[in-house]
Design a protein around this ligand. Structure first.
Ligand code: NG1
Ligand code: MG
Length: 391
């Protein structure tokens, strides 16, 4: 059986109750932002390419209230925060905020520092059901929830939603030290119930792709429960390879490259590693566009084939899979009713996503559990809404 996720309302109730116990009054603001699963378009966002994620029913909820004092105080009930689950700092000019310890607080501080105006001191409680380190964007959920909280608290919003996503990405770059692409913050901001989001990371043009006709099919997320080992250094290495390939080709980014350029890299004696990384990006961008068209036509067979090709390219060319992810993907593909399966997120651990017939879910889960050496967790990914205030 897939794990049942608590409803947003029960997460909210827990946060409100904790706030009342901790701060001795009722919270006035209540918001949430979702995690995401990327259906296809991996390691393309920082190459100005296309991605096709959808928002998940897993959410980060923040409740709180502003006050006249000087200190902002935050309590997180998330199990990843470690021993220090509370922190406080002097509210004031957002230009004075600097990253520090505890690390998890940097995502919040970064959003306050990158908000459109200074905000008053506040108390807040955070509760999240997005698993951390699983490639489901717990960090973006925390950033976008924080930004949404600040919008509600101050009554001010940036002119366009993309400015919100960009401010949250900047928080992750500057305060958490993670040079991530723009996908996660975008989908957490702009997700729409029943839709996947085709995002062009070059110019931020978006298209909501309806998934209302999935009918007999579902996306199944499988958490390998192996953390993204190696991921930050390997992520930077891959990114640098892509930038190097674009530079050799005299292009702004690999978005402007095609298969002839891959041949050009070979004839210019680029290293094998650079050629393979560039080939993944060029083929993955095309697969993502094709997959969005297949989804629009409800051609799930084709969508599944493209998912399989994506995984194989991430494994063989981009070299970001792991034996755990490969084994989950192979086990899924052995089952009748499975149309496609691939790793999702940065790789090296985290989750896979599988497109399959609804009536094949239970058997597929059993088979994957039997074949896998570790203990996986399964979730049904229903396309959910983006960040918002909850009344
Ligand atoms: P995850 O799966 O959250 O580590 C990372 C990047 C994305 C994107 C994907 C690969 C972060 C926070 N996010 O996702 O921007 O590049 O890898 O497609 O690093
Ligand atoms: Mg992350």
């Amino acid at each position: 059986m897939a794990t049942l996720l608590p409803h947003v309302n029960s997460v909210k109730e827990k946060a409100l109750q904790t706030f009342a116990e901790k701060f001795g009054e009722q919270a006035a603001v209540c918001v949430y932002a979702p995690g995401r699963v990327n259906l296809i378009g991996e390691h393309t966002d920082y190459n100005d390419g296309f991605v096709l994620p959808m928002a998940l029913p897993m959410v980060t909820v923040i409740v709180g209230k502003s006050h006249d004092g000087k200190k902002t105080r935050i309590l997180s009930l998330s199990d990843v925060v470690g021993d220090i689950n509370e922190f406080e700092f002097e509210a004031g000019s957002r230009a004075d905020i600097k990253p520090g310890e505890p690390k998890w607080a940097n995502y919040i501080k970064g959003c306050i520092a990158n908000f459109i105006c200074d905000v008053p001191a506040f108390n807040a409680v955070i509760v999240s059901t997005v698993p951390a380190g699983a490639g489901l964007s717990s960090s973006a959920a925390l950033e976008v929830a924080t930004y949404t909280f600040l919008e509600t608290l101050s009554g001010k919003k940036p002119e366009k939603p993309e400015l919100k996503a960009l401010a949250c990405q900047k928080a992750e770059h500057d305060f958490a030290g993670v040079p991530c692409g723009i996908m996660d913050q975008f989908i957490s901001t702009m997700g729409k119930e029943g839709y996947a989001l085709l995002l062009d990371c070059r110019d931020f043009i978006t298209k909501q792709i309806p998934m209302l006709h999935l009918d007999n099919y579902v996306f199944l997320i499988t958490d390998s429960n192996t953390p993204h080992k190696l991921s930050s250094s390997a992520y930077c290495e891959r990114r640098d390879c892509c930038y190097e390939a674009a530079k050799i080709l005299g292009k702004k980014s690999l978005r402007d490259a095609n298969m002839n350029d891959i041949l050009a890299l070979i004839s210019q004696n680029a290293s094998e590693s650079i050629v393979k990384k560039a080939r993944h990006v060029v083929t993955e961008i095309q697969r993502t566009v094709n997959a969005a068209m297949a989804l629009e036509k409800s051609d799930f067979q084709q969508f599944g084939r493209l998912m399989n090709e994506s995984h194989d390219s991430l494994r063989d060319d981009y070299e970001v899979s792991s034996k755990e992810l490969d084994s989950l993907v192979s086990a899924a593909r052995e089952m009748d009713g499975v149309l496609g399966s691939r790793l999702t997120g940065a790789g090296f651990g985290g989750c896979t996503v599988t497109l399959l017939r609804k009536d094949a879910v239970d058997k597929t889960i059993q088979h994957m559990k039997a074949k896998y050496s570790g203990t996986p967790t399964f979730y049904i990914a229903t396309p959910s809404g983006g960040a918002r205030e909850i009344s």
